[in-house]
Each structure stands twice: as structure tokens, then as C-alpha cells.
Design a protein around this ligand. Sequence first.
Ligand code: TLP
Length: 339
Amino acid sequence: MIDLRSDTVTRPVPGMRRAMYTAEVGDDVYGEDFLVNELQEKVAGLLGMEAGLFVPSGTMSNQLAIRSHTQPGDELICDYNSHIFNYEGGAPALLSGVQLHPLDSEHGILNLEQISAALRPKDHHFAQTSLIALENTHNRAGGVVFPLPVIEEISTFAHEHNILMHLDGARLMHAVIASGLDPAAYGEQFDSVSLCFSKALGAPIGSVLSGSTTFIDKAHRFRKIFGGGMRQVGILAAACLYALENHVERLAEDHYRAKQLALTCQALGVLEHDLAWTQTNMVILAFPDGDAARWESELKKAGLLVSAVNDQRIRMVTHLDFDDDQLRNAKEILKKTIG
Ligand code: TLP
């Protein structure tokens, strides 16, 4: 079975398992796990930020950022298709008492005009906008890279209005490889960034939230309160450090294979957008008749696992465990099943 439901389905490679097996550990709640400390410093350094915090998941990373940047009753501007709005269980309301203000966007790319129009007046009738969250690469848009010049415009405007900026950078390394930009070029536009290791980078678990020392200190307290204080997790940090060392440059292979799949889908007339929107490791298929679930199950019967995002869209995600042989087979399955 070829599994393209998500890039979360990868299994640790032998080298990663060896690094985990031989990891020296300490108690991270005491701040004594050497590898956790190394990972936090390394990721913060890559993003040009002061400090980092190792957390179990991308969701916790985003939610700690929201809790630490806002007060209950505040408003957070995000994209209508963002992970924070769609897939985090309503956590901003539950954990931070924050109201979301989701905006429509083209391909997940919010722009300055719509953000400035969405800002609440300084009046007691309104929730106060205190945070803007962007997503790069953008999951529901199909792995689209958020253009840096647009981020810069939004960030300058936000900071002029005392609004903080968070980046859901679960797949930021894809944007880095696709754009050729330094991670810090993105990092310096934000007050916090969450970066995941359990997706594209092939580790079994883990995300690092980065920001200023004051912000991370606050997030550290909330991590404990939310039940995310962990102990001898150098064993997990070792996997993430291995991933940083070995699994970043290779993301270009995932992008190449996604493009090949997109070409097949284009020829079959089911690629959602122009090929130019397949920018990283995701391919979105469109089924305007609303039968995406049926195609999902037909493809499964033929040996290809994909995920129907809704009744009109199917997502395929390339990853570390998807090689050229599987690419050949996946293309054949697509042609035989849909063609
Ligand atoms: N995304 C998962 C599902 O939740 C949809 C996937 O298969 O793509 N931000 C972004 C942009 C994400 O794509 C995800 C996971 C997260 C945050 C949350 O990460 P986890 O699953 O570690 O909480």
C-alpha cells in the first residue's frame, strides 16, 4: 500500500533510531536534558530568535503561542483555511478565551489590505486584535509558500499597530527549500514560530516554538499548566536533531515527486489549480461533482491511500517514505483508476 494521506505517516529511519537509542538524557522539567536544550537553541538560532521550547505537537506549539501572546477577550486574525481555525478543536476559545477572525484568502495568502480592513477600532464595543497568525507552507492551500514580501508588509503594519505575529511553520522547512531563503529571513518577521519535526522531517514526534526569551519563559509556564512538561525526552530531541541534520535538504526530492504526481493529475483533468500551485510536497485533486470520498475509496482499493479533505477535494502528500518506485506505481494507479 502506498500511503500519501499525510507526511506524518513516516517511520524513523535506522540512523534516527540509533540516535534515539544512544541519546544521553536528563530531566527536562529541571532543564537538565542536554539534547532538548541543544535542539531548542539550534532551532531558535536557525530562525534568528532568542529561545526555543520543545513541545509534543504542532497544535500545542500554536496554542502556547496564542495563550502567551494574548489576553482572554482578544481577537486573532487568521486565514479561513488555516490549521489553527480548522483543525485545532476550537482550542483558542477553550484554552485562551480568544476569538478568531478568519479571513478568506487566495491560496492561503492573506494580504495587507484585507488585514488592515479587518482590524477592530479602539472602542469598548470591539474585541481587540492582538495577534495575526500566518501559515507557511499552507496546508489546506496545498503546500503553498507564503511570499516573503507579503509577510514583510503585514509584519511592518502589525507591529506599527502593536499587534503580534505568529507563524504556524509546521512545514516551514519546505518553504525554505522551495524559496532558497534562509529560515531567519522568515523568522525575523514574527514574534513566534512553531516548527514541526513529525511531518516532513520524519521524526516520530515534536515541535519547537521559538521567540524572545520573555515570550518563551511565559510559554514554558503554560506548557507545564497544559500538561506538556516532559522528562527524559532527549530520546525524542535526538530524533529531531537527526532530522535537522539529515532530512532538510532532501525535501527537494519530495517537491520533485509531488510535481510529477501533479503532472499526471493535470493530464487526467483532476488537478485543482494550475501546476504552478504545486510548490512543495502536496497535490490537491478537485472533484467538483462532490464524489471525493468515492475516489478516495477507489484509490484505496487499487493500493493508494489519499485523503479526501472534503467532498470535492483530495490531498496527496509526498514524504520521506515515498520513493521513485512508489512514484511510478502511484502514477499508474491514478491513471488506471481515474483515467
Ligand atoms: N496537520 C495534519 C492534520 O492535522 C491535518 C496533516 O496531516 O497535515 N499546523 C499545520 C500547518 C499542520 O499541517 C498541522 C498538522 C499542525 C499545525 C498540527 O500538528 P500536530 O498534528 O503535531 O498537532
